[in-house]
Design a protein around this ligand. Structure first.
Ligand SMILES: NC(=O)c1ccc[n+]([C@@H]2O[C@H](COP(=O)([O-])OP(=O)(O)OC[C@H]3O[C@@H](n4cnc5c(N)ncnc54)[C@H](OP(=O)(O)O)[C@@H]3O)[C@@H](O)[C@H]2O)c1
Length: 327
């Protein structure tokens, strides 16, 4: 039995717990749930159907840091879902580093640690012979890392391009189909809860750049950082520019790309019938490789779909630890 701690019980932590409650995973027991105020821990496994919200209202809630649970004595798997911080990577880096050093497997959707400490965390995982997986960090539910690792073995990835930010794609879609200005489309996205109240990281292209970097360093084994990415956001895209593109069977999309070792994020013209040209909050990733040639994946880039990526990583951990389990 794998004993897991969900560290970060916000949107994704709760969505994962709900899924595990409705469809339990054999051989997985959630022994801990933690937020920024403290944690709940039960050696025999928490009864997820009895968990009240907020977490602090549950009997047995311990105030303080859940880091004290990050030892092999208590858990086998850390599911790290604290907020992404792209400047420091914390608290995620400390959580993941501590767990890996304690020979605890780790699954995360937190971009910060993968952006800033991938090499170090992979090295510790290798040294300790433990598993470190992060499918949910890019493209939400789109299984990009699993696809490349499991289905493209022996091939060489030449380039990756993608629409990797649902907020900006929603804004550009509304500008294209309704003729809205950037400001109006952004206001609408904030009202609908699609954009955050402070959307700077999205509209300035930083969030897309972070995901492009994770893909570049992870899949293409590059060693790049944010200063290596040419980044132009969508704030200066005008209705006139989109209208001119439309007249020519095209539109403008925020495209992140890795081509010839160069990383960029910028609004680009794209044909409306191109496979990458998805609308609304959808994400799309196109891979070019030597053998397969070209492949495009389309899917939800965030939200509850991300739970699919978490589950897939969790199943990989369980299968590797208990190779005899039948699924
Ligand atoms: N939401 C998505 O669709 C999505 C998709 C892909 C990737 N991600 C990534 O997945 C991670 C989780 O996302 P989310 O949307 O679930 O975030 P969220 O709703 O903001 O939840 C974050 C959780 O982490 C807890 N937390 C914050 N600091 C902590 C600390 N020092 N120690 C322990 N817990 C701490 C928060 O505690 P409190 O409840 O006490 O505030 C909260 O429970 C983020 O890194 C995000 O970028 C999210």
């Amino acid at each position: 039995m794998i004993r897991a701690l969900i560290l970060g019980y916000g949107f994704l932590g709760k969505a994962l717990a709900k899924r595990l409650l409705n469809r339990p995973v054999e051989e997985l027991k959630i022994v801990g749930l933690a937020n920024s105020k403290g944690y709940l821990y039960k050696r025999d496994g928490l009864q997820l159907e009895k968990i009240k919200e907020p977490l602090e209202d549950n009997e047995g809630f311990e105030k303080g840091r859940a880091t004290e649970l990050l030892t092999k004595e208590y858990i086998d798997l850390l599911i790290e879902l604290t907020p992404t911080n792209i400047s420091t990577g914390e608290p995620g880096i400390t959580h993941i580093r501590t767990a890996l050093k304690e020979e605890i497997d780790v699954v995360t959707a937190n971009k910060g640690p993968v952006l800033l400490a991938l090499k170090e965390l992979k090295r510790i995982a290798d040294e300790k012979n433990v598993i470190f997986k992060y499918e949910g960090t890019v493209g939400g539910g789109i299984p990009i890392f699993s696809l490349v690792n499991k289905c493209l073995q022996g091939d060489d990835i030449i380039s990756i391009r993608g629409i990797l930010n649902g907020t900006t794609n929603y804004i550009l879609t509304r500008m294209h189909f309704e003729g809205l200005t950037f400001e109006l489309a952004l206001r609408e996205a904030i009202m609908l809860g699609i954009a955050e109240r402070n959307p700077t990281l999205d509209v300035e292209g930083i969030d897309t750049a972070v995901k492009i970097l994770i893909l570049a360093n992870s899949i293409m084994n590059l060693n790049k950082n944010l200063s290596d990415v040419k980044i132009v956001g969508v704030t200066k895209v005008t209705p006139e520019a989109i209208s001119a593109a439309k007249d020519n069977g095209m539109t403008i999309k925020l495209i992140g790309s890795i081509e010839d070792g160069e990383l960029s994020v910028e609004p680009r013209l794209i044909r409306l019938n191109h496979p990458l040209c998805v609308h609304g909050t959808l994400n799309a990733i196109n891979i070019k490789s030597n053998v397969l040639k070209t492949l495009t994946l389309i899917g939800e880039g965030a939200g509850e779909s991300t739970v699919a990526s978490l589950l897939n990583d969790i199943y990989d951990v369980i299968k590797e630890r208990h190779s005899k389990i039948k699924f």
